[in-house]
Design a protein around this ligand. Sequence first.
Ligand code: PMP
Length: 389
Amino acid sequence: MYEEKLIVPRPTIVDRQFTKPLLCGPGPCDIWPSVAEALSKPVLSPLCDELFDVMDDIRAGLQYLFQTKSKLVLAISGSGHSGMETVISNIVGPNETILICCRGIWDDRALEMSKRYGIKTKVHRILFNNTFSLTLIEGIVKILRPKALFITHGDSSTGSVQKLEGLGKLCHKYGALLLVDTVVSLASEPFFMDEWGVDGVYSSTQKGLSGPAGISPIAFSERAQEVIKKRNFKPPFYFDIELLAAQWNCFGNTRQYHHTLSPPLLWALRSCLKEVINETLPKVWARHAETTAHFHKRIEQLSLELLIPKPEDRLVTVTTVVLPKGYDYMEFVKYMRNKHNILIFPGLGPTVGKALRIGIMGVNSTIQVADAIADAMADTLIALKKSSL
Ligand code: PMP
């Protein structure tokens, strides 16, 4: 009866066939078979007891993953950026100061977000192929005395890993809280939230955890909780950690509805965590280290250069590789997909036109996958060899 009122006709939605590539970019990577299965479990209301149990399992799994005894641990509905919004907007208020240690695109995102919240921003930028020394950071924090310092642990735009040991203690000495992005390092690089004095940390599910994006682990220390209790500003409603804590029953006896959680994503995250728990963190870290060391050897055998000069600064999940003169990064990436069905990425932010970004993480962190990528790269180097060389 309303047919004649419809001003937009029905669109045609065609189911197109495709062959899934091996996902070897900086994320997402492939998902565990158990996670694919979990995604097809029944959709219940997030107010059912069955899902309360799933949320409790997730919180316990995340405490293990972050290595924290803090109770303020849960998962935000959204991709990694939602974790970034939550960590920043709950800790630093308008006209308070955040210091951003900048070496890649994610730090620039944190800067942009902070500005939108009316936070005073201070940036210390270093070269994209380098990492921060504690001495350098101490010199800056001592002068600026920010409310919080933001730093990225694993940077997928550059392929570097930032040493964090000792940084929390240093920040606390000068009254600052330490906020860390572990989107591409959690469940692949060693991480010890409590021991390293991290106060606010977030991650995502589509990298080391080998799950679908859309639900992001997050944790705040007890020190951060004290700051949150005393703050005189309100974060955005959707990212308000106090309301989220009440929904996730972080402190006992509260299952207060805040927003509708996605049951398939809850089941999926629980499954990702089960995979890590069954393997154990030390074994997960060792597997990533061994696979990537093998991949780096293969890259060097191809006479290719790694963008990050110091071996100790190289991230286990994302490797940045410099191509010889004459090769085009986009063309290389396209050939890898078209000929070998392997998805890798060109540079991003400071590494545009300077490197390939190759991700080997989660379920894909195996010698077979590393060899498949290296073999395909060897073929691509020959196929695209420029006569001008
Ligand atoms: N931080 C890092 C280190 C990342 O690699 C990414 C995503 N590539 C993000 C933040 C943003 O995460 P998302 O795309 O899941 O929002």
